[in-house]
Design a protein around this ligand. Structure first.
Ligand code: SAH
Length: 215
């Protein structure tokens, strides 16, 4: 498990290990520094390929796991993307960097103080097309119309059936699902219906229902 001095070293490691491949993602990863998304006292570990605590019992995901999920998700410039479980805002920022100003990212987080933190963490990037909302995303974002991409960043026991209709044609949904350890699921909407692939052996914090004001 790598530990690195700066963001570029972390990106080089993810590329060299083969998990990070596509040009939009590599470019975004170089522009979004993970150190902006971890608590100040954990900054020295910000570039390690490890999950780290962000407070309120939650974690910023392990970079190689994020890379694996985003390679399956395949976000592209100009797309509308929904993230459920924004946490620190790190993955939302990577997505916003990829889709760019012609795109849109809506990221939902159920714990209010984390939403505030994520807004602060992403401020310096000036992503006017990124919306961080305090909301329970357990059933997705039904007011949001169709999305090109949906990323779930917390694990549900089963994939909520409400999510699939929120995916547009040729849309891709990536979500961790099941009991510990979880599978990462890729669900694609094609003209013939839905296709699903499972990738076992990942660990995520649970997808819970209800909004939390925070203590
Ligand atoms: N993508 C985040 C990972 C955070 S961990 C990052 O880059 O930091 C997953 C997050 O999902 C936690 O912050 C948790 O509070 C949130 N979460 C869990 N259930 C949720 C729900 N139903 N709606 C919205 N957020 C939820």
């Amino acid at each position: 498990m790598g530990s690195f001095k700066n963001n570029d070293e972390l990106v080089d490691y993810l590329v060299n290990s083969g998990v990070l491949k596509s040009k939009f993602l590599v470019r975004a990863w170089r522009q979004v520094s993970r150190a902006d998304f971890v608590p100040a006292k954990l900054r020295p570990q910000a570039y390690a390929d490890e999950p780290l605590p962000i407070g309120l019992g939650q974690t910023i995901s392990q970079p190689s796991t994020v890379a694996f999920m985003l390679e399956l998700l395949r976000p592209e410039p100009g797309q509308r993307v929904l993230e459920i479980g924004a946490g620190s805002g790190y993955v939302a920022a990577l997505l916003a960097q990829v889709v760019g100003e012609r795109g849109e990212v809506i990221a939902l987080e159920r714990i209010a103080p984390l939403v505030q933190q994520a807004k602060k963490n992403t401020e310096r990037y000036h992503f006017s097309w990124l919306e961080l909302l305090h909301a329970d995303g357990g059933l997705g974002y039904s007011d949001g119309g169709e999305f090109d991409r949906i990323l779930v960043s917390a694990a549900a026991v089963a994939l909520p059936p409400e999510l699939s209709p929120q995916l547009g044609l040729n849309g891709r949904l990536v979500a961790p699902v099941g009991e510990y350890p979880q599978d990462i699921i890729l669900r694609e909407r094609t003209s013939e219906g839905f296709k699903e692939q499972h990738y076992p052996g990942f660990v995520f914090v649970p997808l819970l229902s209800g909004k939390v004001a925070g203590e």
